[in-house]
Design a protein around this ligand. Structure first.
Ligand SMILES: Cc1cc2nc3c(=O)[nH]c(=O)nc-3n(C[C@H](O)[C@H](O)[C@H](O)COP(=O)(O)OP(=O)(O)OC[C@H]3O[C@@H](n4cnc5c(N)ncnc54)[C@H](O)[C@@H]3O)c2cc1C
Length: 437
């Protein structure tokens, strides 16, 4: 059992900023994350991740934020994943160990959800081949030591993450064959033009492009299939189209993701109202549940600056401090998020890529044709087991939302697969499982 005035789920930029702000004003803070280190998606490889193309001001900002956390009084808890909220002001989290799993009960006065986002994957023939990765997923593997030196990598899908990933992979010695963005140029131009009010983002974009000046960046094009080598069965090339012509691009790896999807499952479980895909918050980052706050990507995909500002607002609000001096900057980041969403909206052709035998739910091997006859998400789950595997619909859920317009009706615990033994080691409502075991 652990208790803190403020518990923060997610130690990415939003969670770190929230923890630092709340501890600065005397609150006891517990910051937990399911990764082994602080930093979230962008800073997961730690403080010493500077690379030859990295913007030195960005490095300095990251070091400042991480050092402020290190010198704060926040308690850090890593490798723990929150999977349930069994009672008011109570969470259950789990850490997998070599011998099994350890669960912990967490009690809070105020809770800040800073659970970030994940990539959206869309099925197309060959997307499950060895050698096809999520763009951010491959980046995360490489940050963890996966070697890509000398590999030819095609980067495709949608969103600004593609450029960041391509630069990172290139710095690690990969040859980026192309970057392929599904959004047409005309859809992107208003967004690019609006960046005049965010000079740091313009500089970042220019830095990325100059690092990859020899790599083709195609807009209005998308992958239609990934093709395997007949002998090895691994990826050999990717077939792209611009809607008129198609062509094959030989490569060793494909890094492909279609922008980001917010991690809102815990917020939903806690009863927080969603607006569209995102957690609804007020100016103080407070959700519809009085003592629960939310910051960063679950409230709108807006990037690092927004995560840091919103985290700080949430931390200050939890400590009863004024936040007015941050509201104008947050409003500007929210406008940026709206433009980002519009610029990278998905083209309708992407809904038609899957063939009948293309797997949509890769945990349970459910194909497109098995799902095409179903009415909605629950029907599909009941009839095909779609969404019932280890990822609990985190990958196929957003895919079926894009393909068929389905949305999950309810979120139930456990949010992640949890060993029954770990549940039974708890003092809680799970006793019934022990009795029945
Ligand atoms: C795969 C990926 C790679 C990215 N790479 C880049 C990049 O290179 N450059 C860039 O500018 N932007 C990148 N982004 C975007 C970046 O994440 C955002 O711009 C911003 O930094 C988000 O900050 P955040 O604190 O809101 O979320 P995150 O940084 O995503 O942090 C959220 C944290 O919460 C943890 N978490 C979620 N649910 C639970 C739970 N139930 N229990 C415990 N912990 C939980 C997650 O594991 C994660 O560590 C990436 C995004 C993704 C999804």
């Amino acid at each position: 059992m652990k208790h803190a005035d403020v518990i923060i789920v997610g130690a990415g930029p939003a969670g770190i900023a929230a923890a630092t702000a709340a501890t600065r004003h005397g609150r006891s803070v517990l910051l937990l994350d399911d990764n082994p280190k602080v930093g979230g998606q962008i800073w997961r490889s730690g403080i010493k991740a500077a690379s030859q193309h990295a913007d030195k001001r960005e490095d300095a900002r990251r070091d400042k934020v991480l050092n402020a956390l290190a010198s704060s009084s926040a308690t850090l808890l890593f490798d723990y994943r929150v999977f349930d909220a069994p009672a008011p002001r109570t969470l259950h989290a789990l850490r997998e160990t070599e011998g099994g799993a350890e669960a912990v009960t967490l009690r809070y006065e105020r809770l800040i959800l800073a659970t970030g986002a994940r990539e959206r994957f869309l099925p197309f023939p060959g997307w499950t081949l060895p050698g096809v990765f999520g763009a951010g997923g491959l980046q995360a593997l490489v940050k963890g030591g996966y070697p890509v030196r000398g590999k030819r990598i095609a980067v495709a899908g949608s969103g600004p993450l593609l450029l960041a990933v391509a630069v990172h992979l290139s710095e690690q010695g990969a040859q980026i064959t192309s970057i392929t963005e599904q959004a047409p140029l005309a859809q992107l131009m208003p967004f690019v033009a609006s960046l005049w009010s965010h000079p740091a983002k313009i500089l970042q974009g220019i830095g990325y492009r100059s690092a990859l000046r020899k790599t083709p960046y195609r807009t209005g094009c998308w992958p239609v299939s990934a093709l395997a080598n007949e002998v090895t069965g691994s990826l050999e090339s990717v077939r792209f189209t611009d809607g008129n012509k198609t062509w094959n691009e030989p490569c060793d790896l494909l890094a492909c993701g279609f922008h980001l999807v917010p991690n809102t499952e815990l917020a939903s479980l806690l009863g927080c109202t969603l607006r569209g895909d995102f957690v609804q918050v007020n100016d103080q980052q407070q959700t519809s549940v009085t003592n629960i706050y939310c910051a960063g990507e679950p409230t709108g995909i807006a990037g690092l600056d927004a995560a840091l500002i919103q985290g700080e607002i949430a931390g200050l609000a939890c400590a009863g401090q004024p936040t007015g001096f941050l509201l104008a900057r947050n409003a500007a980041e929210k406008r940026f998020a709206k433009r980002l969403k519009s610029a990278f909206r998905l083209r309708p052709e992407l809904r038609l890529l899957a063939a009948g035998d293309t797997i949509v739910c890769r945990c349970e091997d459910v194909t497109y044709e098995e799902l095409a006859g179903r009415n909605e998400w629950t029907d599909a789950k009941l009839q095909t087991r779609c969404g019932m595997g280890p990822c609990q619909g985190r990958i196929c859920g957003p895919a079926t939302q894009t393909l068929f317009g389905w949305t999950p009706k309810s979120i139930r615990p456990p949010l992640f697969p949890v060993p029954v033994s770990a549940l039974c080691s708890h003092d809680s409502q799970y006793d019934v499982l022990q009795e029945n075991a």
